[in-house]
Design a protein around this ligand. Structure first.
Ligand code: UDP
Length: 312
């Protein structure tokens, strides 16, 4: 029997790549989105396929899917700092009520559910690199609180459904990820720098650029999620590329790749911007035999190819 998987946030950056991957693996994919940050252009090439169907739906309302479901991948949420700053209530609702609805659906369908959590559960971390057993340093009432706390609640209710109702649950903590189909204006650092460089504008570097991130190419992330879903491990697993760089270095790499003539313009650092971030991926290695394979040079070239086609 062909396996059926529901993917929420299917029209988003990660949801669209996951939809493609599961179709390629022979699954029937039911994509769901309300398009507040996603875009049909990310999945329109899938509509002609027999193994893909799409529901326009807001998952904070009761979710109904006809027929059987084997798996649910919950990837619906605004996910860039600008998006969740503009959509704070929707962000809280999708992480809380949306997750609750999907756990209920998983329970009645006897489906396994994987929820997309985030390195933001670690906040501005005091432990470096971040291991899964670190509890985090989050400001609940700061600008990132709406996302961080929604995702922390999401993990809590997911564990509760696992413990109380024996739902098969998986939790992935996703670190900074990049690749084709990121929204050019989502405010995140890669779309911002790529778009600016292509247009010949200054790169807007926030703060002095000494804050660090560790960027994972989307194909690596998708592979990690695929393995985690099929594993029998229910505790959170970090998926990310531990190759850590400063944002200033990142700006210089994009400058060198796209347009060496552009300049860097220093802008104020946003409130509560984490100073350092790097995943400890030992757990992913030992449980999933997974590690990131695509280095930044290769990943940035592939991403640049995409951005050239969409930046106006
Ligand atoms: N950043 C920047 N210029 C931009 C956008 C972001 O210097 O135009 C910085 C931001 O302050 C942060 C890092 O790049 O330190 C990553 O930001 P992003 O919004 O991509 O995600 P975050 O990892 O902070 O959630």
């Amino acid at each position: 029997m062909q396996k059926r998987v529901l993917i929420t946030g299917a029209a988003g950056f990660l949801g669209s790549h996951l939809s493609e991957r599961f179709i390629k693996e022979g699954y029937h994919v039911i994509g769901m989105d309300n398009l507040i940050t996603g875009s049909l252009s990310n999945i329109e090439h899938l509509f002609k396929l027999e193994n893909f169907e799409y529901y326009h739906h807001d998952i904070t309302k009761f979710v109904h899917v006809p027929g059987e479901l084997d798996y649910i991948l919950h990837f619906a949420s605004p996910a860039s700092p600008i998006d969740y700053l503009n959509l704070p209530i929707q962000t809280l609702k999708v992480g809380a009520m949306g997750t609750h609805n999907l756990l209920g659906l998983a329970r009645v369908k006897k489906a396994r559910i994987l929820v997309a959590s985030t390195s933001e559960v670690y906040g501005d971390p005091l432990v470096h690199p971040q291991t899964e057993d670190y509890w985090g340093n989050v400001n609940p009432i700061g600008p990132r609180g709406v996302y961080d706390e929604a995702k922390r609640y999401q993990e809590a209710i997911t564990m509760a459904y696992h413990n109380v109702h024996q739902v098969e649950t998986r939790i992935v903590r996703i670190f900074n990820t990049y690749g084709p189909r990121m929204r050019t204006n989502d405010g995140r650092v890669l779309p911002a720098f790529m778009s600016q460089a292509i247009r010949g504008e200054d790169l807007t570097l926030f703060g002095d650029g000494s804050q660090t991130r560790s960027f994972c190419y989307v194909d690596d992330l998708v592979e990690g999620i695929y393995r985690l879903l099929l594993s029998d491990y229910h505790l959170p697993v970090n998926i990310g590329n531990p190759d850590e760089i400063t944002i200033k270095q990142f700006a210089e790499e994009i400058q060198a790749l796209v347009n060496p003539d552009i300049k860097i313009a220093f802008k104020p650092l946003p409130k509560d911007d984490p100073k350092r971030r790097r995943p400890n991926t030992d757990r992913a290695k030992s449980i999933l035999d997974w590690s990131a394979k695509v280095d930044r040079k290769e990943g940035l070239e592939r991403t640049y190819k995409y951005f050239k086609t969409v930046v106006k």
